[in-house]
Design a protein around this ligand. Structure first.
Ligand code: ME8
Length: 518
């Protein structure tokens, strides 16, 4: 049976519409999910919205509506974004759903049964924006004397009765987990978290009484759970927890929680501690990706630079946006985008390099060979090109993608594309047409083989366009997995089936920079 792979994104706060950071995380997770499916693994992919908490309650109050009404509307925009960006999730979870309340109460009871929850009074600095308490030592102060969290958000002095979780009990096992190679990547974030845990852990306030928009604490009706307790539990809900379902047995522990760098502490300290307390295994890996900036700046309403990711997808195309984000930014680091950068990158690599290769080669096959594929004898140059392409597609790209190093994986693929274009220029099939038609045929058919490998390998990143190229080549849907890259019988099968290549429609048009975006 295929090895299971469970990947999750953070669930997004639907207190506003989705922004580029949300799109970036969804796209990255989708590429991983598609990649693992193509590798033959049984993938479960979950994303969704994190709808409880004070931040949502306040936002709704500002708009004079119920939190549920706000959540229903806003969550819809996140789902619409995922659908528009071809995000192949298996479940879009909403934390207001009944099964999620049940799962959150179940993990709460398990932590309580362990003796890890107790009632006390809390006084501290709370940031509504981060939904987190901070130590006085972590705060900074503005010129006007306003206190700010390490994330730069305002904090308020808050006093309330609260349930506490004995986080302090878990210092040693957490350090051991954080030191486990591969648990937390990239490395820099791991060192940061180890230092945080080594600094000593204070018990965590895990319930609120000042509002009621949340999951009720079992047996303590006036308390709702701290939103992060319920939010993190979404990863279990989706598998049927606390029922002993087949999905649960198959997919927990998660293979990968993909999240942004600002919420690494919640996922690699609090979350594993909750799980240990409930006698559940921690996730296998947490990856904290970087932030996407708009021309080097954080997007914010006050700067007026907030861009709707759907508008970007509409202007530049979904596959182009996906390609740009994964290619341009070294995964794990911060990156920047601008209309110019998207246009420059996609034109250079997708339109002028890969698109042009596909267009040139398949047009010539259509025109000069009547689209027909035949057996041919390969020369050294043909064999050398196919060896280069195979190495990139079968080895380098998958190896880099497995390591979540997307930009280098795509770079390896691009090298193979460039090698193909160089081969076209050197072999000059248009000149062979008169002098050596047999050689022209071998060159064009070698390119067909190369293009099939290139399109197959890049499917996770640009699923629609790569799929369209494979359609043109006549590659059946069930022969598009990475294991098929090792197969050489596919070409003979197409020849036997008399597959003909139709006149190619341009599939990778050049992008123009709209004047208002310039
Ligand atoms: O943190 N670039 O929700 P959220 C890249 N509900 N990623 C970004 C980003 C940017 N500019 N801005 C935000 C939450 N993100 C919680 C998560 S999980 C149990 C609960 C990332 O809507 C951010 O790091 O504020 C996070 O991974 C995700 O977007 C959702 O952020």
């Amino acid at each position: 049976m295929a090895e299971p792979f469970y990947i999750t994104t953070a669930i997004n706060y639907p207190n506003g519409r989705p922004h580029i950071g949300h799109a970036y995380e969804a796209i990255a997770a989708d590429i991983i999910a598609r990649f693992q499916r193509l590798r033959g693994r049984e993938v479960r992919f979950q994303t969704g919205t994190d709808e409880h908490g004070l931040k949502m309650a306040r936002k709704a109050a500002e708009q004079d509506r119920s939190p549920r009404e706000l959540a229903d509307e806003m969550s819809g925009y996140f789902r619409a974004m995922d659908d528009a960006l071809d995000i192949s999730y298996d479940r879009f979870i909403r934390t207001v759903e009944d099964d999620h309340h049940r799962a959150s109460q179940a993990i709460w009871r398990a932590m309580e049964a362990k003796g890890d929850l107790y009632l006390d009074r809390y006084e501290g600095w709370y940031s509504i924006r981060d939904e987190a308490y901070y130590d006085a030592s972590e705060l900074s102060e503005t010129e006007d004397g306003e206190k700010l969290s390490p994330q730069g958000t305002p904090v308020e002095w808050t006093v309330e009765e609260s349930w506490f979780f004995r986080l302090s009990n878990y210092q040693e096992p957490l350090l051991e987990l954080l030191r486990t190679p591969g648990f937390l990547e990239p490395e820099s974030r791991r060192n940061e978290m180890i230092a945080f845990v080594e600094g000593g852990l204070r018990d965590l306030s895990v319930s609120r009484t000042s509002f009621d928009w949340g999951v009720k604490v079992p047996g303590s009706d006036e308390h709702v759970m701290y939103v992060w307790v319920d939010a993190l539990t979404n990863y279990l809900t989706g598998l049927g927890y606390p029922e002993d379902t087949e999905d649960w047995r198959r997919f927990w522990p998660a293979s990968l929680h993909l999240i942004g760098k600002d919420i690494v502490r919640f996922h690699t300290v609090y979350w594993p501690a909750f799980l240990m307390s409930a006698d559940l295994p921690p996730p296998r890996k947490v990856f904290g990706h970087g932030f996407i900036l708009n021309r080097g700046q954080k997007e914010s309403k006050s700067l007026g630079n907030v861009t709707d990711p759907l508008a970007l997808a509409e202007n530049f195309g979904v596959d182009n946006l996906r390609y740009f984000l994964m290619r341009e930014v070294a995964f794990g680091q911060d990156g920047s985008y601008s209309a110019e950068a998207i246009v420059a990158r996609c034109n250079a690599e997708l339109a002028n390099s890969f698109g042009n290769l596909v267009q040139r080669a398949l047009s010539m096959v259509h025109k000069n060979l009547d689209g027909a594929l035949r057996a041919f004898s390969q020369a050294d140059a043909d064999r050398a090109l196919l060896a280069t392409v195979r190495k990139s597609c079968r080895e380098s790209l998958p190896e880099r993608f497995e390591a979540l190093d997307f930009s280098q994986g795509i770079e390896a693929w691009m090298q193979a594309v460039w090698a193909c274009n160089q081969y076209v220029d050197e072999q000059a099939p248009w000149a062979l047409r008169k002098t050596d038609p047999e050689r022209m045929e071998a060159v064009l058919l070698t390119l067909v083989i190369a293009i099939r490998d290139l399109a197959l390998a890049i499917q996770p990143v640009i699923p629609t366009r790569a799929g369209a190229v494979l359609d043109m080549l006549g590659i059946p849907q069930d022969a598009r997995n990475y294991a098929d890259l090792g197969d050489t019988g596919w070409y003979d099968a197409l020849v036997a089936a008399n597959h003909r290549i139709a006149k190619p429609e341009p599939m990778f048009p050049r992008l123009e920079l709209a004047t208002e975006a310039a």
